[in-house]
Design a protein around this ligand. Structure first.
Ligand code: GCO
Length: 485
């Protein structure tokens, strides 16, 4: 209930507050201050703070400079697929506004920007003749980043498969893996010459296969049978491995290659050794078709056994390609998957979250910042990667400007602070995490949710495409400036 104060009461309150604040400045010796500059958890020197976006989510300009059609153009233009009938036709118009957006990044103080190349800009038909104008955009953009001392981290495939390749079966066709590698080799040679030294082959194989080919909620909107699905997963990881090899063959010495994957973020439900061990096993098994086969070069016996007759067809030679050594393991981490040891179930049990479990605006984005601690630790335990990057972490909230035009996104501030604090613990405990990219710089096209879920630390008014940093922008800026939380 709203309490109404009388004018007298109010003036007493105001005078009281002034008195308290005067007293505190006078009688609060600095030695007694509870918040001192040394009371912070530092990140290692040179830690890479960055932001991330992807092509279809921000660029717009879908018909410019010879760009071809991607599966996301087709899907977004299919009635009923995207909330509010939204499309990426304009999105944030980053294609034309990147100079201003890079200026914002410079103000933020980030040292790195992770973005993706739109495959259909470079090869409008997926393969065959390249369209040099498509890559020119990225060259201009990279130059602008370099002018500001911001290091480009390039993702080659963030879901926008050329429609021409989908027409030939997409990820169900083994040939798509070879077309990805061809494109990766070409881009890494061209952008290597422009100074790019960091490449991620793919973004979230797990998501684009399960959401696009199993559940049909993402492009290309399919609901494959388990057998066809397992085979498509196999061709996608093969595409990653072939691309690693192609990038190594075409890029300058010193180029670092990896992928950005979103493993189910196994998190022990208690701190007991048994549950921690169960979470470690779960990390390996639940991600058997993706990170595990990539980092170990084999499918786990349990994965193949569970699939039975639906297991993918593969050869030892393919496994070797899939297992091509990587320099970077990118982890996109949002929410936890709680795991425990259980006598009833072999090895581990994944716990269902109750409907009331707290989540951010997106229903899938449950709040468990400790996954930023456990995922890097368990990935390190299992596979000892040379370098881990948190290639995405962030959250949605229903942001809107207040009366004075500010966007006070307290929920995002809460989320980021807690996640970054947990990540700091992972690093202090020895996980080789070299960088962190907040998702996302800008509010953008959130796949089937259209523009209804805002993930940016910069607000975008989709009526006029004006940008405005949110409160979380200042929070992130202060963390970067101190290199500590
Ligand atoms: C993904 C993609 C991003 C999303 C982000 C929020 O994970 O789906 O990498 O493109 O926008 O994760 O859902």
């Amino acid at each position: 209930m709203k309490k109404l104060w009388s004018r007298r009461e109010l003036s007493k309150l105001v005078v009281g507050a002034a008195a308290v604040s005067m007293a505190s400045t006078r009688s609060w010796p600095e030695s007694r201050a509870t918040v001192s500059p040394s009371d912070k958890a530092p990140f290692p020197p040179g830690f890479v703070w960055g932001t991330a976006t992807s092509a279809y989510q921000v660029e717009g300009a879908v018909n410019e400079d010879g760009r071809g059609v991607s599966i996301w153009d087709t899907f977004a233009h299919t009635a009923g697929k995207i909330r509010g009938g939204a499309t990426g036709d304009i999105a944030d118009d980053f294609y034309h506004r990147y100079v201003g957006d890079i200026k914002l990044m410079a103000e933020l103080g980030v040292k790195a920007f992770r973005f993706s190349i739109a495959w259909p800009r470079v090869f409008p038909q997926g393969s065959g003749a390249a369209n040099p104008k498509g890559l020119d955009f990225y060259k201009r953009m990279i130059l602008e980043l370099q002018r500001h001392g911001i290091v480009p981290y390039v993702t080659l495939y963030h879901w926008d498969l050329p429609q021409a390749l989908q027409d030939r079966g997409g990820w169900e066709n083994r040939d798509t893996a070879y077309r990805l590698a061809e494109y990766a080799g070409y881009v890494s040679r061209e952008l290597g010459a422009a100074g790019v030294r960091h490449f991620f082959t793919t973004n979230e194989i797990r998501s684009f296969i399960t959401s696009g080919y199993e559940r049909g909620r993402d492009a290309p909107g399919l609901n494959l049978s388990p057998k066809r699905l397992a085979q498509a997963k196999h061709y996608a990881v093969l595409g990653h491995g072939l691309s690693v090899q192609a990038i190594r063959a075409h890029s300058p010495a010193g180029t670092l290659v990896g992928l950005a994957e979103n493993p189910t973020a196994s998190t022990p439900v208690t701190e007991s050794d048994r549950d921690i061990n169960a979470a470690r096993i779960a990390m390996r098994e639940e991600n058997a078709a993706y990170l595990t086969v990539i980092l170990e070069g084999r499918y786990t016996p349990r994965y193949l056994q569970d699939l039975g007759a639906n297991a993918p067809q593969f050869t030892d030679a393919e496994l070797k390609i899939i297992h091509s050594p990587v320099d970077l393991v990118g982890l996109n981490i949002y929410g936890p998957q709680y795991v425990r040891a259980s006598d009833a179930v072999a090895e581990y049990e994944v716990l269902q979250q109750p409907a009331t479990f707290p989540h951010m605006q997106s229903e899938w984005l449950s709040i468990g910042p400790e996954c930023l601690r456990w995922t890097p630790l368990l990935v390190n335990d299992l596979w000892k990667p040379k370098a881990i990057f948190i290639t995405e972490n962030g959250c949605s909230s229903d942001d809107a400007p207040n009366q004075s035009g500010e966007i006070i996104d307290l929920a995002r501030g809460m989320y980021l602070r807690n996640c970054i604090a947990q990540l700091q613990r992972a690093i202090a405990a020895g996980a080789p995490v070299k960088g962190y990219f907040v998702w996302s710089l800008l509010d953008n096209f959130e796949w089937p949710s259209g523009f209804s879920e805002r993930f940016g630390i910069v607000y975008v008014d989709f009526a006029n495409l004006q940008r405005k940093p949110k409160l979380s922008f200042s929070l992130y800026q202060s963390i970067i400036a101190k290199n500590a939380i």
